[in-house]
Write a protein that binds this ligand. Sequence first.
Ligand code: GLU
Ligand code: ZN
Length: 496
Amino acid sequence: MTDAPAPPVRVRFCPSPTGNPHVGLARTALFNWAFVRHLGGTFVFRIEDTDASRDSLESYDTLLDVMRWLGFDWDEGPEVGGPFGPYRQSERYDVYADVARRLLEAGRAYHCYCSQLELEERNDQARAAGRPPGYDGHCRQLTAEQVADYEVGGRRPVVRFRMPDSTITFDDLVRGVISFGSEHVPDYVLVRANGHPLYTLVNPVDDALMEITHVLRGEDLLSSTPRQLALYDALAEIGVGSGQAPRFGHLPYVMGQGNKKLSKRDPESNLLAYRDRGFLPEGLLNYLALLGWSIAEDRDIFSMEEMVAAFTIDRVNPNPARFDLKKCEAINATHLRALPAAEVATRVAPYLQKAGLLGDEVSSDELATLNAVAPLISERMTTLGEAVEMVGFLFVVDDDFAVDPDDAAKLLDSAGLDVIRVSYDALTPLETWDTVTIEAALRTALIGERGLKPRNAFGPVRVAITGRRISPPLFESLELLGKERSLARLAAAVAA
Ligand code: GLU
Ligand code: ZN
């Protein structure tokens, strides 16, 4: 034990901008963020974009956009800068070239001239002889003549890291003590023959230079940890970084359908789809938190503030977590129901705008309608996007109003149209247009005088007014739509 004060906690979230961001990525960001916010440390957002064939600017923009949508704030990184920048690895090639050169000079890395074919042949031989495959150290001690021969022959070397010949043991924050025997961790490539640095180099170098203290990441990266720890040791020797390796914690796998690992390509992986459907960021994050963490026994619903206040690594479960879309939806719906009506209105508006039901500028009348309808629908929605179908009838231009053909076929038959005619006559004389008066008039005419069952009475009216069988409550809907528009829709249903 030393009495030195613990260094301030620094974590990093360091995705590669390839394809669409997926839920696994968001889960990793969330756990890092909650961990570091709980401890009052620094959240570093770094972009690992050194794979030009797979990275794209579009993915980069989307990544930032989604991070902001989810509500993550970062203390250092793109757009905010920070003392260890730049935070895009594509802007740091000089740094990596310099470190690679120093590792070579210190003898912690070496030039390897083996061709792909030679490596494969020797791997096959190793397998045949019952030895573990992997790089065999062939170029560890090349003589000057051997090097000259390779060079004359036109070969360009890769830079390979010299792994120590000892077992590497570390205490994983989630999984406890883990050991890797040296025979399972062969020397590995840091820099390609064309001079391009690989993830194996750039990721630990930046973790060292950015003074990262804790690495929380997916279990799929567990096997790179012994290599990174060995490299850290070499970096300390050549004076790169603080000399103190980070603690590692590997988050459990997330399983999808059929107990297979959830893959980037599974449709339920696509983060953008959640935003498009109108998941609340806090609802989605609440669900993602449960993929490996729990706030308490028997408690599923919590806010991000509560998560931050409670988050500790020792409640992270090493066992695989199962992704359950139904549960994710149910949790989102719970968050939605808890929102104040005005907040639902504000959050629904962009979805109506996107559907063309509201313009860029929302008028005060439209806003009033939205505020009035919000409490009627928040109980009935799983996601905000469902509001489009549910309240579209209030905002649609009357000429564009259309009744769902299936619902019309079922409910606007001759009996249904008869109901509509009676309703039209019952509503026409009303001088007060509010829910209570509308309900009384329709009940008297349809149930009292005609003896209809409520379902047969109100179903056709609902379809004629809202265009669908599923809508906000009927009498409120009529009030919100207004007398003139309501009567016009009833008339149009009969005329159709
Ligand atoms: N850029 C790497 C990835 O997205 C980061 C891995 C790590 O956290 O070390 O997989
Ligand atoms: Zn070699």
